[in-house]
Design a binder for this molecule. Structure first.
Ligand SMILES: Cc1ncc(COP(=O)(O)O)c(C=O)c1O
Length: 393
C-alpha cells in the first residue's frame, strides 16, 4: 500500500517520543524524573471543572456553531483586548481543538507547493511539520545565539523572497522562553509589510511571564500590521487545560477566517461543547489559581537556572516566559540526542533533545514539575555530566 507523498516527510514529534518513553519507564516502576513536560503540573482549577459539570447537567452536550459559541468568542475578544491591547470582533475568531488545530488550519488555508514559510529558530517542533503538511517549504532562520536568541535582522532579510508567504513569531518562545522586544517585533512587522507576508503570532505563553517583563502582541503595533497578523492562542497553558483542547485564531482578514471556518466545518466541526463552556469560564473569571501557579513557576525557574549554571560544562540563559529552560550542552562533547538518551538510561532523567527545536547543542528542560523533582533531577544530571567529563578524558 502506498501512502500519500505528503505524509512521508512528516517526522513524529520528538518531544512526545521522549515523554512517552519516560512515562513507560515510570509505569514499569522505574524512578524517572521527567523534565519533558509541555504542560503545567497543576490541576485544572475547580471553578473551571465546575463550569464543565454544569454544562453537562444543563445538556450543553450537542453541536455548537462550528467556529465555537458566541459566548466563548466574546470572552476571547475581551481577553485579547485585556492582554494584547487589540480589539477583535467575535466573528473574527475561530475556536478549534487546541492551538495546534488553529495553526494547522492556518497553514492549510494559506500555503501550497511553491510557497515558503519562515520559521525563526529555535522553533517549536510542530511548526516545521505542519508547514510540510501544507506542502509549503519551511525556511529556517536562526536567531542570534550569542545574544540569548535575539532577532538576526540580516538573516531574516536574506531569507525573504517572492515565494515567502508567512513568518511564524512565537513569543514567549517554546523552547527558549524568550520574549521579543517591541523593537524586534517592529522590525519583523516592517519586513512583513514591505513584502506582504502574513505574520502568524503564536502567543500561547503570553501570560506566563516572569520578573515584571511585558508581552507585546504583534497585532497591537498598528492597524496595518494587524491586518496581516493572525493571532494564535488558547487556554491550554494558562489554565492547565491541555487535555480540554481549546485554542483559537483571531484575524481581521475575512478571507482567511472564511476559509479556516470552511475547512474546520468539514474536518472536525466545533471543538467539544463542554470544554468550550469551561474555557469561557476560565477566560471570564479572575481567580487566584493562576497567580499561585505563575509564582511557583518563577521560583522553580530561578532555582533551575542557577543550579544548571553551577554545573561544569552546562550553561543557560534565564527565560523571561513559558516554562522551559534551553540549556547549552556543547562542552559535554555529546550531541543532544545522545545526551538525552544516555541521561535517561544512566540517570533516569528525561529531557527533550534540542535537535527537535533545530539545535543539536541544546536540551530543553521543563520546570512544569515539582520542586523536589527538579532538585533531584538536576543532582542526577550533575552526576551524569561529571561522569561524561571523566569518561572523555
Ligand atoms: C508554542 C506552542 N504553540 C502551540 C501549542 C499548542 O497548544 P494546544 O494545542 O494545547 O492549544 C504548544 C503546545 O505545546 C506550544 O508550545
Amino acid at each position: 500500500m502506498k501512502l500519500a507523498d505528503r505524509i512521508k516527510e512528516v517526522k513524529p514529534s520528538a518531544t512526545l517520543a521522549v515523554t512517552a518513553k519516560a512515562k513507560q519507564m515510570k509505569q514499569e516502576g522505574v524512578d524517572v524524573i521527567s523534565f519533558g513536560a509541555g504542560e503545567p503540573d497543576f490541576d485544572t482549577p475547580d471553578y473551571i471543572k465546575e463550569a464543565a459539570k454544569t454544562a453537562i447537567d444543563k445538556g450543553k452536550t450537542k453541536y455548537t456553531q462550528d467556529i465555537g459559541t458566541i459566548e466563548l468568542r466574546k470572552a476571547i475578544c475581551a481577553d485579547i483586548q485585556k492582554y494584547n491591547n487589540v480589539s477583535y470582533k467575535p466573528e473574527e475568531v475561530i475556536v478549534s481543538n487546541g492551538a495546534k488545530q488553529s495553526l494547522y488550519n492556518i497553514f492549510q488555508v494559506l500555503c501550497q507547493k511553491g510557497d515558503e514559510v519562515i520559521i525563526l529558530s529555535p522553533f517549536w517542533v510542530s511548526y516545521v511539520e505542519m508547514v510540510r503538511m501544507s506542502e509549503a517549504k519551511p525556511v529556517i532562520v536562526n536567531l542570534n545565539e550569542k545574544d540569548g536568541f535575539s532577532l538576526d535582522i540580516k538573516a531574516l532579510k536574506k531569507a525573504v523572497n517572492k515565494r515567502t508567504k508567512a513568518i511564524i513569531v512565537n513569543s514567549p518562545s517554546n523552547p527558549t522562553g524568550r520574549i521579543f522586544s517591541s523593537d524586534e517585533l517592529k522590525q519583523i512587522a516592517k519586513i512583513s509589510l514591505k513584502n506582504n507576508l502574513i505574520v502568524i503570532s503564536d502567543e500561547i505563553y503570553k501570560r506566563l511571564i516572569y520578573g515584571g517583563k511585558k508581552h507585546v502582541s504583534m497585532a497591537s503595533l498598528g492597524e496595518d500590521i494587524k491586518k496581516q497578523t493572525i493571532i494564535v492562542d488558547g487556554v491550554s497553558k494558562t489554565y492547565s487545560m491541555t487535555g480540554w483542547r481549546i485554542g483559537y485564531l483571531a484575524s481581521n482578514n475575512p478571507d482567511i477566517v472564511a476559509a479556516a471556518k470552511n475547512m474546520q466545518s468539514h474536518a472536525t466541526s466545533n471543538p467539544c461543547s463542554i470544554s468550550q463552556e469551561a474555557a469561557e469560564k476560565a477566560l471570564s473569571v479572575e481567580d487566584k489559581s493562576f497567580g499561585i501557579m505563575a509564582q511557583e513557576f518563577e521560583k522553580r525557574r530561578d532555582y533551575m537556572v542557577s543550579a544548571i549554571n553551577k554545573i561544569d560544562s552546562l550553561h543557560c540563559v534565564k527565560p523571561d516566559g513559558a516554562f522551559y529552560v534551553f540549556c547549552n550542552i556543547s562542552e559535554t562533547g555529546l550531541d543532544s540526542l545522545a545526551f538525552a538518551k544516555r541521561l535517561l538510561e544512566d540517570e533516569r532523567v528525561a529531557v527533550i533533545p534540542g535537535e527537535a527545536f533545530g539545535w543539536k547543542d541544546y536540551i530543553r528542560l521543563s520546570f512544569a514539575t515539582g520542586m523536589k523533582d527538579i532538585e533531584k533531577g538536576l543532582d542526577r544530571m550533575k552526576n551524569f555530566v561529571r561522569f561524561i567529563r571523566v569518561e572523555s578524558h
